[in-house]
Ligand binder design. Structure first.
Ligand code: MG
Length: 267
């Protein structure tokens, strides 16, 4: 069994700060999305924001990743690199922000529409968010890791979509990727027992069509093999004796959801 780090009180405080800041930056980026913007412009803007808050990107330089954040559009699943692609009205954009603040990593992602999106895209986003919520609800002290994986997978399957198997959620703390790996599929009541003080990034990647993905020539960008849409949502949670605490929830979930929704409007 992998050794899963347990954070003490100061580690939890550090994770709270880094995770809240990651979410704050993510929401600011969402609020500024506009059609016509290039993903490279968003990347530069993210770099500026991260620096202004006294943090640094957890992704830049990670295995030579060249971006400040991951920006993935429509059929791009995860790990998109900011560049020349222009956002168009009706696109769905995945932003994944990872930062290091005072030695602790915050990691959070969301998917939003650029302006009005089709009902099919809206449904994909809603069901994928539900899958994250189901995973979080299963992340209780005393439960087992497989309970999270199973809850995510079941929710996605029931909606008629598929989960990506190549990429997984993960423990997070001093390092971006700690034990355990958290696949978006698995059996309930299996795997390590969840203990208070664990900090876990839960991140369903949900495909509208086939679960298969391929990697573009840049060596990073994962796209759906069938070219259909994909959605990605990520929160870091702290395992407690009862309900998990969502560390990447800077505003409280209701206001957080409103902030995301307002980002979908075009100013
Ligand atoms: Mg992550």
């Amino acid at each position: 069994m992998p050794i899963i780090p347990i954070k003490d009180a100061s580690g939890i405080a550090g994770m709270r700060s880094s995770c809240r800041l990651a979410r704050k930056i993510l929401l600011q980026l969402v609020g500024g999305l506009e059609p016509g913007q290039t993903t490279g412009e968003i990347d530069r803007w993210a770099g500026k924001l991260i620096a202004e808050y006294g943090a640094r990107s957890a992704f830049l330089g990670y295995r030579k990743f060249p971006g400040q954040l991951c920006i993935s559009v429509n059929e791009e699943v995860v790990h998109g690199i900011g560049g020349g692609r222009r956002l168009a009205y009706g696109d769905v954009v995945k932003l994944d922000v990872g930062i290091i603040l005072d030695g602790w990593v915050g990691d959070t992602a969301t998917t939003v529409g650029v302006g009005a999106i089709t009902p099919a895209r809206q449904r994909l986003l809603e069901k994928s968010q539900n899958a994250l919520a189901a995973g979080i609800a299963a992340a209780r002290g005393g439960a087992r890791l497989g309970d999270i994986c199973h809850a995510v997978e079941r929710t996605v399957k029931e909606a008629g979509y598929t989960v990506v198997k190549e990429f997984v959620g993960h423990g997070v703390g001093r390092k971006l990727h700690e034990e355990p790996q958290i696949p978006n599929f698995g059996k309930a009541n299996t795997g390590p027992i969840l203990r208070p003080g664990m900090t876990l990034a839960i991140e369903p990647m949900v495909n509208e069509g086939s679960c298969e993905v391929r990697i573009l020539q840049d060596g990073w960008t994962a796209v759906t093999a069938d070219g259909r849409d994909s959605a990605h949502f990520e929160h870091v949670v702290l395992i407690t004796d009862g309900e998990p605490e969502i560390l990447t929830d800077s505003l409280g979930s209701e206001r957080d959801a409103k902030a995301l929704a307002s980002g979908q409007g075009i100013r």
